[in-house]
Unconditional design. Structure first.
Length: 251
């Protein structure tokens, strides 16, 4: 397990900048967390339908290559979602939110499983990637973010629409989501200092977003390269904020 905690006397960084990373199976990692210890979950499981897309050649960049998902992560099979959502519900505090990225096919698998675990399903949020993606029939420009709730918590800004337009990451980590997209969700569902987790963190974009707006982050990925990439990226984020704060405080 990797852990980094940074404190500072700078007024605008008075909250502890903190992240902790682990390298375990997602369900195994969640089992190590205490009951009702998490304020927000944002995650993007490597869902089973990715294999279908690879098999028919519509996601060429996910085939075997230095940057392929075969190299970076293993598929999380549909039959394991029951165990996953049982743990997600257990670790999440009451009156909190959970956001899960998925495609149209996986949405129909996840929704009833999450509801059986105890979550209330509100709606799918549409992420408009701005740029067209890969495929043959009506090439993809969007993904879904399933919005679940445990208990009842009001969003911080009721003026945000259910279509979030944020340009996709190009030539990044496979299936990487832009940090700005996660930042919107974090701003909507948490307060400064609260804890955000991601059991399938990939290159750590959720963590970058959390640290950027003074939230704590704990992430996990079973891929060693992903954990190392996330560690470097999050340390750089803390250093950048510290340097910016120092510049602001220097006469």
């Amino acid at each position: 397990m990797l852990s980094v905690a940074v404190t500072t006397d700078l007024p605008h960084l008075s909250l502890m900048a903190h992240f902790q990373l682990s390298e375990l199976d997602a369900v195994d990692w969640l089992q190590t967390l205490p009951d009702a210890s998490v304020d927000l979950i944002i995650t993007d499981p490597p869902y089973e339908s990715l294999e279908k897309h690879r098999a028919i050649g519509t996601t060429t960049r996910l085939k075997n290559s230095k940057a392929s998902s075969n190299q970076w992560f293993e598929i999380f099979p549909n039959h394991r979602f029951g165990a996953l959502f049982e743990q997600l519900y257990r670790v999440l505090k009451r009156d909190r939110h959970c956001y899960v990225f998925c495609d149209a096919e996986t949405m129909f698998v996840i929704k009833p499983i999450a509801e059986a675990a105890g979550f209330k399903f509100w709606k799918p949020i549409v992420w408009d990637k701005v740029a067209i993606g890969m495929g043959y029939h009506y090439r993809a420009r969007y993904e879904f973010v399933l919005f679940f709730e445990k208990g009842k918590r009001k969003l911080n800004n009721l003026g945000i629409p259910d279509i979030l337009t944020v340009k996709r990451v190009y030539r990044g980590y496979p299936t990487e989501k832009p940090a700005r997209l996660s930042e919107i969700l974090i701003e909507q569902s948490t307060q400064p200092g609260e804890l955000v987790i991601d059991p399938f963190m990939g290159s750590g974009s959720v963590g970058v977003a959390a640290l950027e707006i003074a939230r704590r982050f704990e992430g996990n990925d079973k891929c060693h390269e992903a954990v190392m990439a996330s560690r470097d990226r999050l340390q750089e984020q803390i250093e950048k904020q510290s340097q910016a704060g120092f510049a602001e405080e220097t006469p």
